[in-house]
Design a protein around this ligand. Structure first.
Ligand SMILES: [Zn+2]
Ligand SMILES: [Zn+2]
Length: 353
């Protein structure tokens, strides 16, 4: 198959031929239909977050199961699936307590390997690492539990976004923050995740939804997705204070802005991936006296087997719209898609295979 491979951070991905092994015990092989290009991948490509190399990145995908490995039940060749990027062990205290997103037994996945400590991707005898999903290739092999079957009538290019941006955003609003009808919300950063947070806040019944982004072009889109107001970061720092403030990008400046926007009794939810050395400063006394909170949010506090069907149901009801956010492209355009992201232009580039 053809796949986009990361060899060195700071260099473009190289689209090359890769050999794919058949699925082993507990795994499924998937022919990818589409893959979103997410900001977290850009952080790896730019060397901000390390990942074992060479590697096939991409963690936001949907496709069709081609084959299942030994012992796999409940999923079969021909099934259409959304891929979750977060496997879980099912046995640790977090999994058992309903928080598989913070499962503590994933060293193999962090190492870019499958559960047995090997890879299914090779090129000229060299092992190529996974990124759990590895959706920047025409085919992938993933742990069976991360492939969630969906109705085959659903459009796979849009379903791909469910795997990261949409799950992260809706999960941040509904699971992590528990936004309630009438609450006020601010969203710092209006990319693929931020605009879906706007949309999720509208689904949750938030009364005020302020979209914050330096780009005026994003303001119109944010209003279309349900924002009641859109403004620049400077204007927000001056005049916006809310119950729930979401940071959806990652840099230090936007983290500090999100904390600044929290009103009395409110909370900041940090969704974007901060650089490893980010040490935000904030007014600690107001945290105490106004009983504010700062919370992290990993993958929307999701339980994929329960939450993906919830997202699909909202989509079917027309309450979760994805088409306005998508810019379709091919695998060979993956580096151009990252460039658009660096310039703050694209909302969500989706590679369609
Ligand atoms: Zn992502
Ligand atoms: Zn676990």
């Amino acid at each position: 198959m053809r796949a986009a491979i990361l060899y060195e951070p700071g260099e473009p991905l190289r689209v090359e031929e890769v050999e794919v092994d058949p699925p082993q015990a507990g795994e499924v092989a998937v022919r990818m239909a589409a893959s979103g290009v997410c900001h977290s991948d850009l952080h790896v490509v730019d060397g901000i977050h390390p990942h074992p190399r060479p590697a096939i990145l991409g963690h936001e995908g949907a496709g069709v199961v081609e084959a299942v490995g030994p012992g796999v039940t409940g999923i079969a060749a021909g099934d259409h699936v959304i891929l979750s990027w977060l496997p879980h062990c099912g046995r640790c205290r977090f999994c058992v307590a309903g928080r598989p997103n913070v499962c503590e037994s994933l060293a193999w996945s962090d190492a870019g390997l499958m559960m047995d400590g090997t890879t299914r991707f090779h090129r000229d005898g060299v092992a190529i690492h996974h990124s759990t999903t590895s959706s920047f290739g025409e085919r992938t092999v993933v742990p069976a539990q991360t492939a969630i079957p969906i109705d085959p009538s659903l459009p796979l290019a849009e379903m791909a976004l469910m795997g990261c941006a949409v799950m992260t955003a809706f999960g941040a609003v509904l699971n992590t923050a528990s936004v309630r009808p009438g609450d006020s919300v601010a969203v710092v950063g209006c990319g693929g995740v931020g605009l879906n947070i706007v949309q999720a806040a509208a689904v949750a019944g938030a009364g005020t939804i302020v979209a914050v982004d330096p780009s005026p072009a994003k303001h119109d889109l944010a209003r279309e997705m349900g924002a009641t107001r859109a403004c620049s970061p400077e204007e927000a720092a001056e005049s916006v204070r809310v119950d729930h403030s979401f940071e959806a990008v990652g840099p230090l400046a936007t983290i500090e802005l999100a904390i600044t926007l929290v009103g009395r009794g409110g909370q900041a939810i940090l969704v974007g991936m901060a650089p490893p050395d980010a040490r935000p400063s904030f007014d600690a006394l107001s945290l105490t006296m106004d009983e504010k909170a700062i919370r992290g949010c990993w993958y929307g506090s999701c339980r994929p087997q329960a939450d993906f069907p919830m997202l699909v149901s909202l989509y079917r009801a027309g309450r979760l719209r994805l088409d306005p956010l998508i810019q379709r492209c091919g695998l060979d355009d993956v580096n151009a898609a990252f460039d658009r992201m660096r310039r703050g232009e694209a909302v969500r580039s989706v590679i369609v295979y």
